[in-house]
Each structure stands twice: as C-alpha cells, then as structure tokens.
Design a protein around this ligand. Structure first.
Ligand SMILES: *Cc1c(COP(=O)(O)O)cnc(C)c1O
Length: 376
C-alpha cells in the first residue's frame, strides 16, 4: 500500500470558481478577494481580514504595521517553521526564543517574562499543529509590558481555547493557505485583526504602499495614486481567493473527517509505549492540522526511512529553528539552548492526516508505525 503524506481537498466546484475568474477580465486583487476577506473574517470572528500571498508575508506586514523594526526584539518559539522567525528578521528585528512545553510542543508562556527587556516589542506565539497557546496568559503578560501580540495561526484556522479564537486576543493573527495547510490556494495567506487601522495599513503595505489598488482604477474614474509608504508586493489575487471560498464553506466538514482520523490514531497509539503522542488541552478545540508521534530520538531517522520504504508518507515538523545553519552561524545558538524543543525535534514524526485519507489507509499507517517502532 502507498499512503501519500498529504492530498489537498480542491473539488470540481472550486475549479469552476477559478474558471469564473479566468473568464472574467479582472485577475488580480479585486471583488473575489474582498468577498473572501469578508467570509474569512466572519469565520474566525475578527472584524477585518486582509488577503496576502503567504503567512510569511502576513507575519512580516503585521510586524511592520505595528512599527516593529531594527533594534527591536520579538519573542517567539524555536519549535516552529523557520517562516516565523524569518519574518522577524525580514522586519529588521531580532528573534528571541523561549522553549516549548513538553506536553503540547507550544511556546511555554511561563518562560516569556524572563526574556523581556527594554528592547522587547512583541510576542509571536505559534499555535503548533493546530492547538492554541495559552493566549489569556500571553495577553495579560503583554499588556503588563505593552507588547504587541501577533499570532502565527498557520495551523489553527479552526482552533479555539478558553473560548478564545485566533485573532481575538492578539493584535493580529496570521494564516497560511500554503499547499499542505487545512485550506489551500497553493500559496496564500491572510491577516485577521480587530483593528481597522491595522487592516488599512496592511492593505497599503501589501501593495507597494500605494493608496489606490488597481481595482479602484478599474471600477472608478481614473484618479492618480500616490505612494505615502514603502510597501511590498504581497497582495492576494482573485484566482487564489476563488480557490479558497468553497473550501472555507466546507471547513467544518473537512475538520470533522480529520478529527475522526485523529481519534483513531490517538486510540491506537495510546497503549503503545514506544510511540508517544502530544496532549490536547481539555476544553480546547484543536484544529487537527498535523498529527505527530514521538519515538526514540536515536532511532527516529531509521524509523522515518523504514516507514517510507513501507509506502507511508511522513514528515518532520520541526527540527528547531535555532539549530538551523543560518541561525547557529548568525546568533551562535548551540545544542542544549532549548532542550524541550530539541527533544521534540529529535523524536517527532508527522503522519498522514487529511480528509481524503481512507480508514484502511490510516489503519495501515498505524500498523506500520507500531511494527517499525518495535523493530528498532
Ligand atoms: C506554513 C507555516 C508558515 C508559513 O506559511 P507560508 O504561507 O508558507 O508563508 C508559518 N508558520 C507556520 C507554523 C507554518 O506551518
């Protein structure tokens, strides 16, 4: 049997929506993007959403919109994709890491306060694998020190914790529609925020910093535009938005199917000593983005390769950012700096989890993982 690591969920209706855009005159940021933004804001419960080309762009612009740049420090976690801390570097600021919690892999909110100094301007919690960080604690602490909170919610569109959704306590929440995320346009992203001022600023920053978008010149009488700010070229286009609208309507159903598979995995691995799983905090709605197991760190790579030989698609999310070559060279990080993130990074394996994964395939994944983990 061959089980792919990921399959997207784009269907005939989504493709028809893209066809409608392609048959129209306007391909770039226009009405379809505005409709998606409205629909997305309503889904996450934010007042505003702004479509961009990636979550990396969303993080970058959220930092810039809050005036964060050279000389500033931003606290985040090393247990994430390098996009999180790279965005801090793109803004000209310096990432400062705090270690993860062993139970969930999320940023350990207890460790943040020790890293706050005069240069600290913001915190970027990452809602790892789809489970939110302790946002109430992070918000309270950030208010005490007047820090901006920007959520990396790339995994967490559907998540909720302590009755709080992404973007509700953060000043901005950043989402990804990259090829393997819960809904996708191949590449894409969005910022959700309660602040109209932040949304307006990000709308300008995503398009060179100019004050009128092409759609305004197309739908209204020609008016000269100006460029009050230096921005980037990060605007979502109508083709991406058309792909996303239907997936967003089906997002609850897609979550249900991943949740069923998740519970199947959890049940199957819970009695197996060599295969540990992370915990879901009671009362939280986990977005069920990545299902990971922890195995013996010295055997992990052998297990990974054996699973691939058995036809099971696997991935590693993540080897911690501080040990990547660039970060080691630039900042002098060493093994031992963030022991919990390093332990997860040595032991973790991500398993296939997507709505089109069949029960028989999930059962084959389970059997392969248990057999392989037992044989090394
Ligand atoms: C995928 C991902 C990103 C980056 O998303 P892009 O849309 O590819 O820029 C950022 N953070 C996390 C945690 C991710 O998984």
């Amino acid at each position: 049997m061959k089980v792919d690591f990921f399959k997207h969920n784009i269907d005939r209706r989504d493709i028809a929506e893209v066809g409608r855009v392609l048959n129209s005159i306007f391909l770039t940021t226009g009405k379809t993007v505005a409709e998606f933004e409205e629909q997305f804001a309503a889904y996450v419960g934010a007042r505003h959403a702004v479509g961009v080309t990636s979550c990396t762009a969303a993080l970058h612009l959220s930092l810039l919109a809050h005036g964060i740049g050279p000389g500033d420090e931003v606290i985040t976690t090393p247990m994430t994709f390098c996009a999180t801390s790279n965005a801090i570097l793109h803004a000209g600021a310096t990432p400062v890491f705090v270690d993860a919690e062993p139970e969930t892999g999320n940023m350990n909110a207890e460790l943040i306060e020790k890293k706050i100094n005069r240069k600290t301007r913001a915190v970027i919690p990452v809602h790892l694998y789809g489970q939110m960080c302790d946002m109430k604690k992070i918000r309270t602490l950030s208010d005490k020190y007047r820090l901006t909170v920007i959520e990396d919610a790339a995994h967490a569109i559907e998540a909720e914790r302590d009755s709080v959704r992404p973007g509700e306590l953060g000043d901005a929440a950043c989402f990804s529609f990259y090829a393997t995320k819960n809904i996708t346009s191949g590449e894409g992203g969005a910022v959700a925020t309660r602040s109209g001022k932040t949304a307006d600023l990000i709308k300008m920053l995503r398009l060179h910093g100019i004050d009128k978008a092409a759609i305004d010149r197309y739908t209204k009488l020609y008016r000269h535009w100006d460029m009050p700010l230096l921005g980037w070229k990060y605007n979502m286009d109508n083709i991406q938005a058309a792909l996303l609208r239907g997936q967003l309507q089906r997002i609850g159903k897609l979550w249900e199917r991943r949740n069923r598979l998740w519970l199947l995995y959890e049940d199957a691995f819970s009695p197996v000593r060599r295969v540990k799983t992370l915990q879901t905090v009671p009362g939280a709605r986990h977005a069920r983005h990545l299902f990971t197991v922890l195995v013996n760190g010295r055997k992990r790579d052998a297990i990974l390769q054996d699973l691939q030989k058995k036809g099971v698609g696997v991935a590693v999310n993540y080897r911690p950012v501080h040990l990547l070559e660039y970060y080691r060279k630039q900042f002098g990080y060493r093994r031992g700096d963030f022991p919990v993130a390093e332990d997860i990074g040595r032991r973790t394996i991500s398993l296939p989890l997507y709505p089109r994964l069949k029960k028989a395939e999930a059962e084959y994944v389970i059997k392969s993982v248990i057999d392989t983990a037992g044989s090394f």
